[in-house]
Design a binder for this molecule. Structure first.
Ligand code: GTP
Ligand code: MG
Length: 315
């Protein structure tokens, strides 16, 4: 197969899994030409529904993702899964566990799974996640599930790029629910208390409802709270129905779309500008030197950046 960008894109449109995997890898690695390739793809994307799945570690996000995938497939929909792993894809038990759990799903026709490492992602995880979503969208996936591990800042940024955000909690987690509050509350469209087969599920639902009661902005519809046991496949149908039926009101949708477009332009611009300047400095071998100067306290980072940008008359 000729691996030109053009052929890979044509392959993805023809639902060739190998072409999709290769295109994703190339774009993730920021191979020369990636921006032009994404630019060509862009106008053909936007039809997939993207669901961000976040929540406390171990709450059952991956198990639920698998259960929801089966349900979606049974409804005749095709599914792409992007698992955002916080560490290297080759280490860490979490992903290994997920892999085993997802093995069954891996082998289901109509499902495409991709994991992405957060560490060392060239040019930012958020942008890379947006790009992978678009490639799966071009591939013709109806639903794209993006699972993040934990609720760190990076993960929140990633799920914010989704059309709908699901927050997964579990019983017996009073403090965990507190921790979720901070960044996630304002982006959650749907709460799921998983492990409903364990004690304390109603208390957890009540905790979330109380928290929502306190913080719901006037005018914003309150997010529904559902119960599941992903392990026993209970309540999963209801969750799938809830997110398929979910309609964001037009004002909120518009506002969200505007924020997303703004953020994407700014992030691409920031990468472009810093990449350009950095490249020049590296060509002149000055970047290592600058780092050393900071380490030796000969210069400070503010002064270095000033030097780096002064040829552009910015400061
Ligand atoms: N009892 C019970 N256990 C569950 C349920 N769903 C998941 N688990 C178990 O909880 C553990 C964690 O499940 P995962 O699906 O890996 O959770 P996760 O949220 O994806 O975990 P991280 O990605 O590591 O944050 C596993 O041992 C699952 O078998 C459930 O509905 N009930
Ligand atoms: Mg997981």
């Amino acid at each position: 197969m000729n691996d030109s960008w053009e052929n890979l894109i044509a392959g993805v449109k023809n639902r060739d899994i190998r072409a999709a995997a290769r295109l994703i890898t190339r774009v993730e690695n920021r191979a020369p030409g990636w921006k032009e390739a994404m630019s060509r793809i862009y106008s053909r994307t936007g039809s997939a529904r993207v669901i961000g799945i976040t929540g406390s570690p171990g709450a059952g996000k991956s198990t639920l993702t698998c259960a929801m995938t089966k349900e979606l497939i049974s409804r005749g929909l095709t599914v792409g899964i992007i698992a955002i792993d916080p560490s290297s894809p080759f280490s860490g038990g979490a992903l290994l566990g997920d892999r085993l759990r997802m093995k069954e799903i891996f082998e289901t026709p109509g499902v495409f799974i991709r994991s992405m490492a957060t560490r060392g992602m060239l040019g930012g995880l958020c942008q890379a996640a947006r790009d992978v979503v678009r490639i799966l969208d071009l591939f013709g996936k109806d639903i794209i599930l993006v699972e993040t591990v934990g609720v760190g800042q990076d993960e929140i940024e990633v799920v914010k790029t989704a059309d709908l955000v699901m927050v997964v909690c579990m019983p017996g987690q009073g403090d965990g629910i507190q921790a979720i509050k901070a960044g996630v509350m304002e982006i959650a469209d749907l709460y799921v208390v998983n492990k409903a087969d364990m004690p304390g599920v109603d208390e957890a639902v009540a905790d979330i409802l109380a928290m929502l009661e306190l913080s719901t902005e006037t005018g914003k519809p309150s997010a529904p709270v559902l119960k599941t046991s992903a392990l026993k496949n209970q309540g999963v149908k209801e969750v799938v129905t809830a997110f398929l039926d979910h309609r964001t009101d037009e004002d909120r949708r518009q506002a969200k779309a505007e924020i997303r477009a703004r953020e994407e332009i700014l992030s691409l611009l920031a990468q472009e500008v810093s990449g350009y300047i950095l490249k020049q400095w590296e060509n002149e071998n000055r970047f290592c030197e600058s780092v050393n100067q900071v380490l030796k306290k000969q210069k400070d980072p503010y002064a270095i950046v000033k030097e780096m940008t002064q040829r552009f008359n910015w400061s």
